[in-house]
Ligand binder design. Structure first.
Ligand code: NAD
Length: 494
């Protein structure tokens, strides 16, 4: 990893271009992405694509759709398996980009790259199954079959927090199904995205099957979403942007002949319930790992601990001790538990939430910036938080844990469900009856029992949330690709 970091550091500060049909283009200007551990270090310069280029990107990928969708599925699958192999070969290099541009520590960076590899492998294999759908009931005198067709041009809009895994998952799922895509990376992490675009070309994907279009979401997002040739939007990000995209996509424009599909995975306000019959040490360890991994900047991060009154004080003591042992420092130096948050704006917003939380509850530990030149924050625990508090209801996306006391298990479940989100959740209990109640009534897309609520594994934990957490697309699950396909039923008289 040290060699990879040195190699990648020697490539920092380069200018990268827009890619449309393999042509490298300049935008209306450039913007820089920074290393959040050392903000004076510029990771890459990127183009600001224009609205006109957004239209060109959709039209160019639309023009290639008939060719790509007619490419034999075996060939598309092979290309994806090849992309997985290249990612595996270059794992340390991608880890280094994630460390330097997203501020992931070594372990979190490795997890992101490995998840990206898993997505490629998994979707390649799932596509083999969809290429030969299940047999249908046969009407007498007919041959009845069904096949899956790709949809068309998709707009792929990932967040910065899993800038490789989520981008790769959304883009490759669409591509292996035979769709073409316009990739609009997050402006905080465009270098990681361009490195993956280059890897797709190295793997042999035709340059016309995707466009890489950096630029501000606010400036070019609407042009991409509302273009009449756009067939679907695959978005992962915040609730407000997801709802905006959903609304815009629902309005037909001149020349549009389909209903656009929106696959939107959004925010979370994830809770871990600690029951009176929990293993308290395991619960404290699970809560701390879920709340502070990658500085709490995961949609799955635990931001609420809902703890039975009988264990409340003991739990706070154990969590405080563990949190105060966490080391905060630059992500590129091995051994820190927490690195920086993504940018100065995020740090300010999180500090505002901490100030609100201090007024709403009792500060147990943390509560301020941490020393260093990066966007560093102390891991923060605030206790005695009420269900109506802002830090109980709003997604903070930082290293802040709200702790709430529950009267009993039923009260805890009710509190856990008392937000508009429904992404992940966990329950620590040794009581099978309570575990069953959580399985039945804890309303989240990803429920974990007696383990942390982060770290979904492709294939094992299909991922996606309920309510305002999104469309429950279940990334890394057996049905995910169906969202990028449409079924055609054929009845033939024999
Ligand atoms: P964000 O919503 O600010 O941005 C996401 C993407 O949308 C970025 O690429 C951004 O450039 C783009 N965008 C912004 N405005 C746009 C517009 N008007 N039209 C089109 N695109 C636009 O989110 P973020 O800060 O990058 O990511 C953090 C959020 O993502 C958190 O809310 C987190 O919970 C969520 N998230 C959810 C999941 C999940 O699977 N549910 C996974 C990771 C992150």
């Amino acid at each position: 990893m040290q060699d990879a970091l040195a190699r990648v550091r020697s490539q920092l500060g380069k200018e990268h271009d827009i890619l449309i049909s393999g042509r490298a283009l300049k935008g209306s200007g450039t913007f820089a992405s920074l290393n959040p551990s050392h903000p004076q270090e510029i990771v890459g310069h990127h183009q600001r694509a224009t609205v006109e280029q957004a239209r060109q990107a959709v039209e160019a990928t639309f023009a290639y759709f008939p060719t790509w969708s007619a490419t034999p599925v075996e060939q598309r699958i092979q290309l994806l398996v090849r992309a997985a192999a290249l990612l595996r070969e270059r794992k340390s290099e991608f880890n280094a980009w994630l460390i330097l541009e997203a501020g992931k520590n070594w372990v979190e960076a490795e997890a992101d790259t490995c998840e990206a590899i898993d997505f490629c492998e998994y979707y390649a294999r799932r596509m083999e199954r969809h290429a030969t759908p299940e047999a249908l009931v046969q009407m007498p005198g007919e041959r009845d079959t069904m096949r899956y067709l790709p949809l068309g041009v998709g707009i792929v809009i990932p967040p910065w927090n899993f800038p490789l895994a989520i981008l790769v998952g959304m883009a490759t799922a669409a591509l292996v199904c035979g769709n073409t895509v316009v990739i609009k990376p997050s402006s905080d992490t465009p270098t990681i995205a361009v490195k993956f675009a280059e890897l797709l070309l190295d793997a042999g994907f035709p340059p016309e099957c995707f466009a890489f279009l950096p630029g501000s979401g606010a400036a070019i997002g609407d042009a991409l979403v509302s273009h009449p040739r756009t067939r679907f939007i695959s978005f992962t990000g915040s609730r407000d942007v997801g709802l905006h995209i959903n609304q815009l996509a629902a309005q037909p424009v001149k020349g549009q002949i389909w209903i656009k599909r929106v696959i939107a995975e959004m925010g979370g306000k994830d809770a871990i319930v600690v029951d009176s019959e929990a293993d308290l040490d395991a619960a404290a360890a699970g809560v701390v790992a879920s709340a502070y991994g990658f500085q709490g900047q995961k949609c799955s991060a635990c931001s609420r601990a809902i703890v039975d009154a009988s264990l409340y004080d003991a739990f706070l003591e154990k969590v405080k001790a563990r949190v105060e042992r966490l080391r905060v420092g630059p992500a590129d130096e091995f051994g820190f538990d927490m690195g920086p948050v993504i940018n100065e704006r995020a740090r300010r917003t999180i500090l505002e939430y901490i100030a609100a939380g201090k007024a709403e509850g009792r500060l147990i530990t943390g509560g301020d910036s941490a020393p260093g030149d990066g966007f560093l924050l102390q891991p923060t625990v605030i206790a005695d938080i009420d269900v109506t508090a802002r830090i109980f209801q709003e997604e903070i996306f930082g290293p802040v844990l709200a702790v709430t006391k529950a009267r009993d298990f039923e009260d805890a479940l009710e509190l856990a469900n008392a937000t508009e989100y429904g992404l992940t959740g966990a329950v620590y209990s040794r009581n099978p009856r309570k575990i069953q109640a959580a399985k039945d009534r804890f309303f989240v897309g990803n429920l974990y029992i007696n383990r942390k609520c982060t770290g979904a594994m492709v294939g094992a934990h299909p991922f996606g949330g309920f309510n305002m957490s999104g469309t429950d697309s279940k990334a890394g699950g057996p049905d995910y690709l169906l969202q990028f396909l449409q079924a055609k039923s054929i009845a033939e008289k024999i």
